[in-house]
Design a protein around this ligand. Sequence first.
Ligand code: AMP
Ligand code: MG
Length: 343
Amino acid sequence: MTPARILAIAALIVVSFAIYLPGYVLEAGKVVSETRFLMGTIVQIKVALVPNKDAREVRQITAKAFEEIKRVEGVFSVFYPDSEISQINRLKAGERLKISSEAFDLIKKSIEYNKKTEGAFDITVKPLVDLWKRAKAAGKIPTPEEIEVSLARVGSNEIILDDAEKTISFRKDGMALDLGGVAKGYATARAVGILKASGIRNAIVNSGGDMYCLGKKSDREFWKVGIQHPRNRNRMFLELRLKDKAVDTSGDYEKYFILDGRRYSHIIDPRTGYPVGDNIVSASVIADDSAMADILATALCVLGREGLMIVETMSGADAMIIVKVGDALKMVETKNFKKLCQR
Ligand code: AMP
Ligand code: MG
């Protein structure tokens, strides 16, 4: 394929996703909207125009926000051999590596949420993620023995962090980190930080479904975010009205594969070694912080209703899950979630 053809196809993909982003339908309005392909997904930034900011200036600011997302991707992606995460993933048991404060802090936060979610969210899940990726490629479910081998390398309590020296090490050989369940939310938060620092007060950053609604769409309206129906792309399941809130949805309908007629999620239960079952269709979290929303949405797909009880005890987060009851879909939510839908 010629480079021009590749570019044309890429442009077409970007344009179609700009109209329709996975999980969300954004309302069109008087906004500047920019889209890029980053972190393996479509990232969209929409800024509500105000009289003292012209569109050209706003575009320069959004370009800086996209640059920040690209930088974050360079730190946390397992697909770049030189990223800090890839360097960490080459460590043998007991070897120590000095890492940036940024990587240290996000890993530390992820470990804290491993405890808060009773083990459901676990960034050491990579050996299992890789095992199931190989299963998908080979069209063959892993054997219980293979699951056992990978599972033995999983566990956030096997990570050793040294706060003073900012070093990381693993207690076991073969351990590896995957921050895929939090990095997009974190990148969203960083991009929002750039917008705010540049004087933008009203915007939406959407990193492939990990969103933050900054300020309002207009004087009278909050940002409107539609959560897509998990089984029908053209239908909206729910509409939210948000101001200064992150929202994120994880579910079995975004990324999955089918083996022997069964649907396998990309989210793994780190306690069993198997992808989560299909009784929890999706989980949506509204939180003050994007990384927190990202983490909790992934964790809720593992925990289901039990997870809602955990979220209920946390400040700054609300959530709902869509569960299968027979052939029907049912929404179960935390006490305050519905209030956020009715604004
Ligand atoms: P998300 O789309 O935010 O729910 O994140 C899913 C991604 O996080 C997967 O593609 C894996 O890379 C990783 N992952 C899978 N299962 C878990 C888990 N139980 N805890 C943390 N990360 C996970
Ligand atoms: Mg997540």
